[in-house]
Design a protein around this ligand. Structure first.
Ligand SMILES: Cc1ncc(COP(=O)(O)O)c(C=O)c1O
Length: 363
């Protein structure tokens, strides 16, 4: 049985007419940067999340980078985040000359352990950057409360959680700034790189709009040192189509995730916990197993694709050796990174395919 880890082809076939027609309109208009498609997308993204401002940008990485730049974070500053995430989260902190200060994760949700955040705050701390991993929001109320007490901004790395809800509110609109990714395999994916930044703060929004366009406030007048961080019109056109159908896909993801959870209940694996008040978009459906190599091999023998998000926590990556962390510093992240593995997940995974995966795991 042919099973894709993420079925982007099936999705394209479903929306092909709409996508082709929107993209051809961009070609015919010759407006490839900015323009009506991007404006429409930004308005729809703001409405979807309930944020005052949504700004399209070139990737999730750049969304995080631009957010830190907007908050003037740089050399000598510290930003608190977790080591159990994709490298981009901490990479942008280091890129600006600031220091990533890691806090371990909660073993049930894999998101930052909020009980350990305050111990990591120093007078150099300039922001808290929780990650809403695998599609479930971090405990943003607890994080916002700590941030408020210490007058710190919060940037939600929502690159995996666009569409998730937390106590009735949408991910990306839960803190000072929210950042998401439209990498093709994300729940809302473009056909290339893309991302978006969300905020309710007009000053931040205005600054980010300048920063992603070389710091320009007027053509060839540069107020800041910025970057080329724009989202192009072709990606915006594709995302406009996909966003229209997104709620239906989120619903399908929820059903498939819940079905995995129910059917794997009696298997010798740890299934994801979605805590009360949260809904997950299951950007990854990740389970924990005792012998990961054996499980991957068993599934691979039946041509079932898997992935590991993430095998090495960031504090043990060579690129972060200068931070001076050691093995044993973040025991939960280290344990989870040896056990975690992701199963095929997309709104197009059929029950027959899912049954086959589950039977193979249990077999
Ligand atoms: C948690 C997290 N942060 C940041 C990123 C970076 O997003 P992008 O690949 O769009 O730059 C990703 C994407 O994989 C991610 O999963």
């Amino acid at each position: 049985m042919k099973i894709n880890f993420i079925d982007l082809k099936a999705q394209y076939l479903e929306y092909q007419q709409e996508i082709d027609s929107e993209v051809l309109e961009v070609f015919a208009s010759a407006q490839f940067i900015g323009g009506e498609k991007l404006n429409r997308l930004e308005n729809s993204l703001a409405a979807y999340t309930g944020s005052k401002f949504a700004i399209g940008c070139s990737s999730g990485t750049d969304a995080l980078l631009l957010s830190l730049m907007a908050l003037d974070i740089g050399v000598g500053d510290e930003v608190i985040t977790t080591p159990f995430t994709f490298i981009a989260t901490a990479e942008v902190i280091a890129f600006l000359g600031a220091k990533a200060v890691f806090v371990d994760i909660d073993e049930a949700t894999y998101n930052i352990d909020t009980t350990q955040i305050e111990d990591a705050i120093t007078e150099r701390t300039k922001a808290i950057m929780p990650v809403s991993l695998y599609g479930q929001c971090a405990d943003m109320d607890a994080i916002n409360e700590i941030a408020k007490k210490h007058s710190l901004p919060v940037i939600e790395d929502a690159c995996q959680s666009f569409g998730a809800t937390y106590n009735g509110k949408k991910s990306c609109n839960l803190s000072t700034i929210g950042c998401t990714s439209f990498f093709p395999s994300k729940p809302l994916g473009a056909y290339g790189d893309g991302g978006a930044i969300f905020t309710n703060d007009e000053e931040i929004a205005t600054k980010i709009r300048m920063l992603l366009n070389h710091g320009q406030n007027e053509r060839y007048k540069h107020k800041y040192i910025g970057i080329n961080g724009r989202l192009d019109a072709v990606q915006a056109a594709i995302l406009n189509v996909k966003l229209k159908h997104f709620d239906k896909e989120v619903q399908a993801r929820d059903e498939i995730g819940s079905r995995y959870n129910d059917m794997l209940e009696d298997a010798d694996v740890i299934t994801p916990t979605v805590t009360e008040g949260n809904s997950s978009v299951f950007a990854q459906y990740s389970i924990r197993v005792k012998d990961r190599e054996a499980m991957i091999e068993k599934l691979s023998a039946k041509e079932i694709p898997t992935a590991v998000h993430y095998p090495v926590p960031l504090h043990l990556q060579e690129a972060f050796a200068n931070l001076g962390y050691n093995k044993g510093d973040f025991p939960v992240s280290e344990k989870v990174s040896t056990q975690i593995m992701s199963l095929p997940m997309s709104p197009y995974l059929t029950e027959i395919q899912q049954d086959f995966i589950i039977e193979t795991i249990k077999g």
